[in-house]
Design a protein around this ligand. Structure first.
Ligand code: TMP
Ligand code: ASP
Length: 247
């Protein structure tokens, strides 16, 4: 962490200037927040685990010929990423009802949707990341119609892949959030940004439905660190109980 200029500090990550043109360094913290920063805490070892899980999943996704911002992992907490023009949307893909959709629409918790549902939220903490329609996105020019088409198609492709990928590891992918950005080299190119980890996915054990993601922190369910570790173990990334002391 020497001689790096900090560009931005978010709730779970810090972004530093990269040492090559159009690159950044993404540093994963142990800090966790929920409910738009109302609940704050730390999940010991989370930064390291999410760095590794996100590296692993971004690499898998790029095998599907989907472009991502990931370039390479630098160390246990940091990765080099492409600098993108970030599209100010959180794209949520839902397979099973839980979380905010249950409260908003009164659907039954645990209900499987006949098709995955894609929702868009505006990335704006002051407004509490409100849900927005495709018309809002086009009229306010957060993304063009063509970009939205690409975002929807990439999101569906990632969901299809990850559903099976997690299922083979006895995990149900309930829902997850993606972010996207435009490449500075080719403005027409949309890439997956941010991270894919238990911070922004809901992952339930196939048999018991035990939540193995950030909901354990959000809802004070206990076993928070252990659940992140469990996901890393099932992905074959870390052998058990290693992260806290050895890295
Ligand atoms: P939600 O049910 O609370 O709307 O969350 C949907 C998905 O999006 C879930 O996998 C958690 C993820 N998510 C984030 O990554 N960041 C957020 O700020 C929120 C609210 C949800
Ligand atoms: N992004 C949320 C927050 O503002 C965290 C979450 O619920 O995932 O704290």
């Amino acid at each position: 962490m020497v001689n790096k200029s900090k560009l931005f500090e978010g709730k779970a990550k810090i972004i530093f200037e990269g040492n090559q043109p159009n690159t950044l360094i993404q540093h994963f913290k142990d800090d966790a927040t929920a409910f738009n920063n109302k609940k704050k805490g730390k999940i010991l070892g989370k930064g390291k685990i999410n760095n590794l899980i996100s590296e692993f999943l971004m690499k898998k996704i790029s095998e599907l010929k989907i472009k991502t911002h990931f370039i390479k992992r630098i160390n246990m907490r940091e990765q080099m990423i492409r600098k993108l023009d970030i599209i100010p949307l959180e794209v949520v893909i839902r397979n099973i009802a839980t979380g905010s959709i249950v409260k908003r629409l009164g659907v039954n918790e645990g209900e499987k949707f006949k098709e995955p549902i894609i929702e868009f939220y505006l990335k704006n903490d002051q407004l509490n990341d409100p849900i927005v329609s495709q018309e809002h996105i086009e009229v306010f020019e957060w993304a063009s119609q063509d970009e939205l088409k690409k975002i929807i198609s990439i999101s569906k492709k990632i969901n299809n892949y990850l559903l099976d990928f997690f299922l083979m590891r006895n995990i149900k992918l309930i829902d997850f959030k993606l972010e996207f950005g435009r490449s500075f080299e080719n403005k027409k190119e949309i890439m997956v940004a941010d991270e894919i980890s238990p911070d922004n996915c809901r992952l339930w054990d196939l048999k018991t439905n035990k939540k193995l993601d950030k909901d354990r922190f959000r809802l004070d369910l206990g076993d928070v660190e252990e659940s992140y570790q469990e996901i890393a173990n099932r992905l074959g990334i870390l052998s058990s109980k290693k992260t806290k002391r050895e890295y």
